[in-house]
Design a protein around this ligand. Sequence first.
Ligand code: ASP
Length: 345
Amino acid sequence: MKPRILIIYTGGTIGMIEDLNTHTLKPFDFSHLMDNVPKVKMLNYDIDNIQFQPPLDSSDMHTAHWKDIARSIVENYDRYDGFVVLHGTDTMAYTASALSFMLENLRKPVIITGSQLPIGEVRTDGEENLITALQIAAATDSFGLPMVREVAILFDNFLWRGNRSTKRSADNFNAFESSNYPSLAQIGLSIHFDTDALNRKHSGEELRPHYELDTTVAAIDLFPGISPTTLRHQLSCPSVKGIVLRTFGAGNAPTAKWFADALRETIERGVVIMNVTQCGNGSVHTNRYMGGDMLSNLGVVPGHDITFEAAITKMMHLFGLGLDATEVVRRLEQNIAGELTVANF
Ligand code: ASP
């Protein structure tokens, strides 16, 4: 049996061509993309595709598009061995994180890839990324079961857990990193999967999609000099249910009374606040410094080593389930899709 793979082409640089008038890159259609990768036929897989109409620059991605991608996977789940999602790099880590929460009990590979240079360009990274993504989506273990049973990003010969990834470079082929979680495979002349790092749980539970995402969430980036007026204004947006607070270092924040008062009042109004570090690597340790300790005493949820992308999409997902603030707080602290490491300090 040939591996059956469904490609979901959403857009991104991989499929873009240059507009001859404006010289900007614009999304093009899937036939253009596949015409430029004749090597795909050499894989001898059964490949079908679904194309977004129109294909998007991923800066235009919204939760409705995540629903479309999730639905395409769910509706075709039994028909295919794996899924490859072609996506722009700019918001790829958000999509990967969102899908990881939306597809509970996923037991098949969902490999997201794209490229920094369009597939028609001589030095493109798109051809190799696409072919490797297809091979990973088709890979099985000695029992014939999928090697990868989660949402992952394949980029420049690195396979990262989707909800641990962040775009780190606008210019390099090596565009993504996952600095708090190891790569899921070593990709060189051949592909060696790291079975300790992969989520290989195989419960008999059925795929359980969660399509609802609540976008009444926000993010606040701390910086030295942030004024009480600015902070209060950001905290007081009337419809917001949850806020990701991007803090310094190990989850640290100003110790000033006005700062604590503003957060306390917000939490008393029932808004959930999560503490996520601005650092690319490492974790929130709330009892290391006074500012972090103050946040946890106020009821700010420690985000541990979660990425910003995973934190904001996890909030959208939990509020989308219709949970109240207490339950959202409880689940934010738990690892639900491999997105954070809860350590004891
Ligand atoms: N602007 C593009 C996008 O995210 C960038 C890329 O694909 O690399 O759709």
